[in-house]
Design a protein. Structure first.
Length: 837
């Protein structure tokens, strides 16, 4: 048994003196080859000679999406050209997409002599691009895209899109009769008025180096928010570790553990303060942060917080990078990861998808009360709270301390947590192997190459992301409790309790790991008393929340509920990016582990446990495939997107052992250099691909609220009466649940006004749920919103106003503007507010 927490973990086995000392320069060779590869692809991209689109081609994204249409424009012919002015907000304008209208049947080869010309001009009458198309090859409602070299300085410059044709042309485009784009307008070159104010069009841009750097520096431009978040997130963990004073810990692992413990501790503190009748406020939180960090600094200065003990923390070995080198690489990785997360959301003002507005609502309730949420007053008539509030204690605390607007604060916190997640992953890798290189490789895989957790951002999965920040250290310390680190059982208890409060699903996924770890300890004749004490502490800490949940839910009925297809395997995650290659690597590493089991190698214990854990999760969630029940509480999708963590640890541990094995075999022979170079090239390719994947990872379909909605929501909050009931666009999201489809989804948490479709937490009130569903089903069936009877129907529903966001939905603003029963009282850049007369 490992009684000394500074000794190497038992699963690693004793360090052996190799028969031949590997060259200490092998890591430098690997790093050098990776850097050279990065420079090579960077040069190719700069010269425009890249033939590998996924590694160095331009990164394109949508900028302006004017998707509304209601008018088929006349076909341009000599003397009649259609023009649309466009003002990009981004540099790198490279594509303009149109939706074609064909008069005269379908496209067919033959005697059709029509020609349709699309041109793009700058304000100075400089032709940027032009294309003339034979109309016989064009279909009605065909998507056409004009492509041209990226315009490096397009931001803020006016471009004119000109459509013309010959006398035989019968191709035109769709437009929209109401002005919905403030960056330009449509017109014709004749004196006749154009029946459309804007064309239906989409612009795309190629991300420039300057804009990428600006987006990457976004956290620095929000310096006060960044510093406050870091002080708050790390504080509880730093206090815990200063109290337990772990000796011989790697410095970066210390900070990774502090982050995990901090994220897990704040929900516990909020819960117990609320139970005691206390309330958090901005000054109170600042006072706690100031005093807490003063204690940490005082202990460090007095020498009671012990530092690094390299000899104890790192097993003897050869060819390993220096401690400073590892930490520098980890620092670079963290900076790159945070930068990639913020570049990914460069065009957003709101976090994406349905869950984000509910997180804003929960946070708004907690900011107003200064306590953990128990109901949704005064925002919604819901008198209980069956969801998890752990993440929202972080968001509410940050809001109380900074008073930043909620959309930007949530977006910032989500991406900051995602960028810092590799740090606790590094800590976990180091804790279970005592090898820094293993921790670094695991952190690298999570930071860049893996699809998850980066893709969490496109769903606004803030709660699951926060739980996964605590999870790596929870797994590592759970494993080490039976291997000489038993005195840290309170930390495991706090981490487990925090994960429970942050995301119940993630906690459920943790339970099989803890059970398997206990079984492994017992099989190895190790004590599990520390694990039992940790479990008892966790149960005590979450008992109030557990009792509250049992009081407001029917646990048996909740676990038995399901929906058709809800537990389908998410095959799309496997086929995206390079995920299949990573799974193949897991398969190969699994063979290595099985060989190690056959040879009775002690180091395979944890990798084998990780395999068994993941296998157990698949079996437990197999559902109908295995004759097991299915539930809405957990499903394969929510489980699969957490597997990046065991996958990263598993691959890093096996790769570390393989590197050590090869190093012992090659010694100082020249054969080690090509192997190190090849390893560096692989890591370089993973870094390049991963970086590009992360900065362009968002799914545009999940972006519901757009930057243009910010001003409209602010206006609504300032000008609509407190008792207003606002109709908003919605769509059927999951089962019978409706959710807002544009900026209107954020109306309740940001303005406090009632909406016909509040955030999805409205499902917790049966009557409100039915009311929301009935309204939206009826609204969805409306054919013409210009009909005066629709205004009467809105009035009968108690609606006083209609809010239409930039993305839109079933409310057609052009039709609403023609309705005599409605007054347009706000219009800006595709957003509208109408008053019901």
């Amino acid at each position: 048994m490992d009684k000394n927490p500074t000794a190497p973990v038992a699963a690693d086995g004793p360090a052996r003196q190799p028969p031949g000392r590997p060259s200490p320069s092998l890591p430098a060779v690997a790093l050098g080859s990776a850097v050279l590869l990065l420079l090579f692809f960077f040069a190719l991209a700069g010269l425009g000679r890249c033939e590998w689109e996924g590694l160095c081609g331009p990164i394109q994204a949508e900028e302006t999406v004017q998707g509304r249409l209601d008018t088929a424009l006349l076909a341009p012919q000599p003397g009649l050209a259609i023009e649309q002015t466009i003002t990009p907000r981004r540099n790198g304008l490279s594509e303009i997409e149109l939706l074609l209208v064909r008069y005269g049947g379908t496209a067919a080869a033959g005697s059709d002599q029509g020609r349709f010309t699309v041109e793009l001009w700058t304000r100075g009458d400089t032709l940027v691009a032009a294309e003339t198309l034979a109309t016989q090859s064009l279909n009605h409602n065909q998507v056409y895209t004009l492509r041209f070299p990226p315009q490096a300085d397009s931001a803020g410059h006016v471009y004119t899109l000109r459509l013309s044709g010959n006398e035989y042309n019968h191709i035109s485009v769709w437009g929209y009769s109401l002005d919905v784009y403030d960056g330009g307008q449509a017109h014709v070159t004749t004196t006749e008025p154009l029946p459309a104010a804007d064309l239906r069009f989409t612009t795309r841009y190629a991300l420039t180096l300057g804009d990428a750097a600006t987006a990457a520096a976004a956290p620095l431009r929000q310096g006060r928010l960044l510093v406050t978040a870091l002080l708050m997130l790390f504080l509880p963990g730093a206090l815990w570790l200063s109290f337990f004073r772990p000796r011989g810990w790697d410095g970066a692992a210390w900070w990774g553990a502090a982050l995990a413990l901090g994220v897990a501790t704040w929900p516990v503190l909020w819960q117990w303060l609320s139970l005691a009748g206390g309330r958090w406020s901005g000054p109170a939180l600042w006072g706690v942060v100031a005093v807490g960090w003063a204690v940490v600094v005082a202990q460090r200065r007095s020498g009671r917080l012990l530092g690094e003990s390299p000899a104890a923390a790192q097993p003897t070995g050869y060819g390993r990078p220096s401690v400073l080198g590892i930490h520098l690489l980890l620092g670079v990785l963290l900076v790159a990861t945070v930068a990639s997360r913020f570049i990914a959301v460069r065009d957003l003002a709101f976090p994406p998808w349905v869950d984000s507005s509910r997180h804003a609502l929960i946070t708004a309730v907690m900011v107003q009360s200064g306590q953990v949420i128990s109901d949704y007053a005064p925002f919604l008539p819901v008198d209980h709270f069956p969801y998890h509030y752990g993440f929202h204690t972080l968001a509410a605390g940050l809001s109380l301390m900074t008073d930043n607007p909620l959309p930007g604060l949530l977006l910032f916190l989500m991406q900051l947590l995602g960028g810092l997640l590799p740090l606790p992953v590094y800590a976990a890798g180091w804790m279970v192997t005592r090898r820094r290189a293993v921790g670094l490789l695991a952190a690298f895989l999570v930071a860049l190459p893996f699809f998850f957790p980066g893709y969490y951002a496109t769903w606004g999965r803030m709660t699951q992301l926060a739980a996964m920040v605590a999870m790596p250290v929870l797994l590592a310390l759970t494993w080490r409790l039976g291997r000489g680190w038993g005195r840290f059982w309170p930390l495991v208890g706090v981490l487990a309790a925090g994960v429970f409060l942050i995301h119940f699903r993630v906690f459920l996924f943790y339970i099989p790991f803890a059970a398997l770890a206990a079984g492994a300890h017992l099989a190895g004749r190790r004590r599990i008393g520390a694990m039992i004490k940790a479990g008892g502490l966790a149960a005590l800490l979450v008992a109030p929340r557990l009792v509250a949940l049992l009081a407001v839910t029917e646990p048996l009925a909740t676990f038995q509920r399901s929906l058709p297809g809800y537990n389908d395997f998410p095959l799309g995650y496997v086929t995206t990016g390079w995920e299949r290659l990573y799974l193949a690597a897991v398969g190969a590493a699994g063979l290595v582990v099985l060989a190690g089991v056959a040879l009775r190698r002690r180091w395979v214990t944890l990798p084998l446990l990780l395999l068994l854990w993941v296998g157990a999760l698949f079996v437990l969630l197999g559902g109908e495939r295995l004759g097991l029940p299915e539930s809405l509480v957990v499903n394969l999708n929510s489980m699969y997107i957490t597997l990046f963590l065991p996958q990263a640890l598993f691959l890093a541990i096996v790769a570390g052992r393989a590197w050590a094995f090869v190093g012992r075999r090659v010694g100082r022979s020249p054969a080690g250099w090509p192997l190190a170079g090849a390893a560096g090239l692989v890591l370089g390719l993973l870094a390049i691909f991963g970086w590009r994947q992360q900065i362009n990872i968002l799914n545009p379909q999940t972006i519901l609220a757009l930057p243009q909605d910010t001003a409209a929501l602010s206006w609504a909050g300032d000008n609509l009466p407190d008792d207003a009931r606002v109709a908003v666009n919605a769509w059927r999201w999951l089962g019978a649940t409706w959710a807002g489809s544009d900026g209107g989804a954020w109306l309740v948490p940001l303005t406090g006004r009632a909406a016909t479709t509040p955030p999805v937490d409205h499902i917790y009130n049966v009557e409100l749920f039915a009311e929301v569903r009935a309204f939206n089903e009826a609204a969805m069936a409306v054919v013409d919103w210009s009909d005066p009877t629709t205004a009467d129907w809105l009035a009968r529903q108690g609606v006083t106003h209609v809010f239409v966001g930039r993305r839109g939905g079933f409310f057609d603003p052009a039709a609403l503007a023609r309705n005599p029963g409605l007054d347009m009282i706000y219009q800006q850049d595709g957003t509208f507010v109408f008053a019901v007369k």
